[in-house]
Design a binder for this molecule. Structure first.
Ligand SMILES: Cc1cc2nc3c(=O)[nH]c(=O)nc-3n(C[C@H](O)[C@H](O)[C@H](O)COP(=O)(O)OP(=O)(O)OC[C@H]3O[C@@H](n4cnc5c(N)ncnc54)[C@H](O)[C@@H]3O)c2cc1C
Length: 187
């Protein structure tokens, strides 16, 4: 009788454990599929964002130009011409699901760095990625040989953190549709 009882308790515990695992898995998939990705950028808070790749390219013949790609460890191209650009890709935090940048289209972010004298410099850059790009963003940066922020980017290595903040101004949604739905809510 005791053996039967303990067998029942065992079966019950296994069933409870299976139900808990099933519910947990279902909840995880529900959360990751239905929740909107979290915006990484904050209007007022500086975020440190990890740089995953830095590619320096030089446009040889303008629009049709061939691209010479170099890694961040070999930046001698920077001395050749000021038509050198850097493609900076960065990871966004990944908690329960990949985050997005959360900048409205065309908005720019402020990037903070140090110039060659060690003084703080903050400059604006416009991401070339959208919020449909999950988990990362990219900046295309024109490098100036004497540029203060250009110096900071030139000194950066993959794996370094970049201090960013944005959008620069708080965006108020004043679109006509929002206005209509606010003052003339649908029945
Ligand atoms: C809204 C907005 C969005 C932007 N988005 C982007 C973007 O997506 N990508 C991008 O590349 N830029 C962008 N910019 C421009 C960016 O913010 C910087 O202005 C640019 O990168 C130059 O910064 P810097 O500090 O490297 O150069 P700076 O120090 O400002 O130098 C600029 C110029 O002055 C010259 N100079 C500086 N010091 C000396 C000196 N001692 N002697 C002689 N010449 C000197 C430099 O060679 C260069 O020609 C944006 C700007 C704004 C306002």
């Amino acid at each position: 009788m005791d053996a039967l009882q303990s067998h029942r308790v065992e079966m019950l515990s296994i069933a409870v454990a299976l139900v808990a695992i099933g519910a947990g898995t279902a909840y995880y998939f529900y959360v990751t599929r239905t929740k909107k990705p979290k915006a990484s950028m904050n209007f007022s808070v500086i975020k440190m964002i990890k740089v995953i790749s830095l590619i320096v390219s030089m446009c040889i013949t303008g629009v049709v130009g061939a691209w010479i790609l170099k890694t961040s460890k070999n930046l001698n191209l920077l001395n050749v011409s000021n038509s050198v650009i850097m493609l900076l890709s960065s990871h966004l935090p990944f908690r329960h699901q990949p985050s997005v940048l959360g900048l409205p289209i065309g908005q720019h972010m402020s990037c903070r760095g140090k110039d060659n004298l060690g003084e703080e410099v903050i400059k604006a850059y416009t991401p070339t990625t959208l919020d449909s790009d999950l988990g990362h963003f990219e900046l295309v940066i024109k490098m100036y040989p004497q540029g203060r922020m250009s110096h900071h980017f030139r000194e950066m290595c993959e794996g370094d953190y970049l201090a960013v903040k944005g959008p620069k101004v708080k965006i108020f949604d004043l679109s006509y549709t929002t206005y209509l739905s606010r003052y003339f809510p649908p029945f």
